[in-house]
Design a protein around this ligand. Structure first.
Ligand SMILES: O=C(O)CCC(=O)C(=O)O
Length: 363
């Protein structure tokens, strides 16, 4: 199992969504007296480390790669731009780093069979509701956001309501509320809150909305929504055009540190998908996706950067745009408590009585 070449990692471009499980750490490495073992020990306090790679041949810059973005964010927030007592008090300079999609990755991505219903994916906590809104409601929702200002990221446009999501720190500023969610989504929020069998009604007091507009060929890097920013349920409404969404789960124990002193701890090659479970689902316009429990916390979700998706034997061209409305509940204080509780109960909760169906069957 080889390490990815350092040239595969790059700095996020200006305005690009920075969310990434990879950190570039400067002033850190064997050339400045810091072993990979010591780096592994410090960074694994924030989550499972997938590998540590030399960022270049200086010996003083490394890439620390986690399985999830939340861990990278926690490490960034605690260690960036301050002396690290466990690494000889060296000042660490950290930024996010993006792993480029390779042709091999793209090939593998296209080979995942795509399901039309969530129940086939066997991911607890994942639900898809077809026809959640009518064509008329879809038109009205699109008109509402199109009459408001968009913020341009490098490849897509976004709007935030309730709280601004800051892509650089991968978190919301809970002290700065932008106001209530706009009235044009009231009926959607109400409908979501009336889902049968949601265990905890407080979890659906949704107060943050991100609207994403994707042109054809633009997707979203694999990520798990920041644990410390949002509570357990995430709802995402697809409008205007379809896409496929892929889910990836890294198998436990696939990271085995190399204990040889002075050796690189990198043991996982991101192009080696043998340690990753992968599933994909087709999201048609007007459908609502619900991520909860294991689907929300243990699986990365990812929208491939494709203009054309293969849905089994059918070629589906991305529309001139896809607009998604993602609803979340912001946590008042950054913490990981809810995840610990879910895990300590002996597994991930799931809303087992929910199934794939049209929303009108449910109310
Ligand atoms: O576009 C979507 O459906 C998903 C959006 C998403 O995952 C996000 O904004 O974090």
């Amino acid at each position: 199992m080889g390490a990815p070449s350092s040239s595969r990692f790059r700095r996020p471009k200006a305005g690009e969504d920075e969310r990434s499980p990879n950190l570039f750490v400067a002033n850190c490495g064997p050339a400045v007296g810091v072993s990979y073992e010591a780096i592994g020990s410090v960074f694994s306090a924030f989550g499972d480390v997938k590998g540590i790679y030399a960022a270049d041949d200086s010996g003083a810059r490394v890439i620390v790669s986690y399985f999830d973005e939340g861990s990278a964010q926690a490490a960034f927030n605690s260690l960036h731009s301050r002396p690290c007592p466990d690494l000889a008090n060296r000042f660490l300079h950290i930024r996010y780093s993006v792993l480029e999609d390779s042709p091999a990755t793209r090939h593998i991505t296209s080979s995942v069979p795509v399901s039309l219903v969530a129940s086939e994916l066997n991911i607890p906590g994942l639900f898809l509701f077809h026809d959640f809104v009518s064509a008329k409601e879809e038109e009205e929702l699109l008109a509402a956001v199109d009459s408001r200002p968009w913020n341009n990221l490098s490849k897509r446009r976004v709007q935030h309501y309730g709280y601004e999501f800051c892509y650089d720190i991968r978190n919301v500023n809970t002290k700065q509320c932008l106001g209530e969610l706009p009235s044009f989504v009231s009926s959607i929020v109400e409908r979501v809150s009336s889902f049968p069998n949601l265990d905890d009604s407080t979890s659906v007091a949704l107060d943050q909305l991100t609207v994403n507009e994707y042109p054809p060929g633009v997707g979203l890097s694999p990520h798990i929504d920041t644990h410390s920013a949002f509570e357990g349920l995430i709802f995402s409404l697809s409008l205007a055009g379809p896409c496929i969404m892929e889910f990836r789960r890294y198998l436990e124990g696939s990271w085995l540190p190399n204990s040889t002193p002075g050796m690189n701890m990198a043991v996982e090659n991101p192009d080696d998908y043998s340690s990753v479970l992968r599933r994909a689902i087709y999201l048609p316009p007007r459908s609502m996706l619900l991520l909860s429990g294991e689907a929300r916390y243990a699986w990365n979700h990812y929208i491939p950067h494709h203009k054309i998706d293969m849905v089994n034997d059918t070629v589906i061209r991305r529309a001139s745009r896809r607009v998604s409305f993602t609803f979340r509940k912001v946590l008042a204080d950054a913490n990981f408590l809810n995840i610990v509780i879910l895990k300590s109960k002996g597994g991930w909760f799931s809303h087992s009585k929910l199934h794939d169906r049209t929303f009108n069957d449910m109310v």
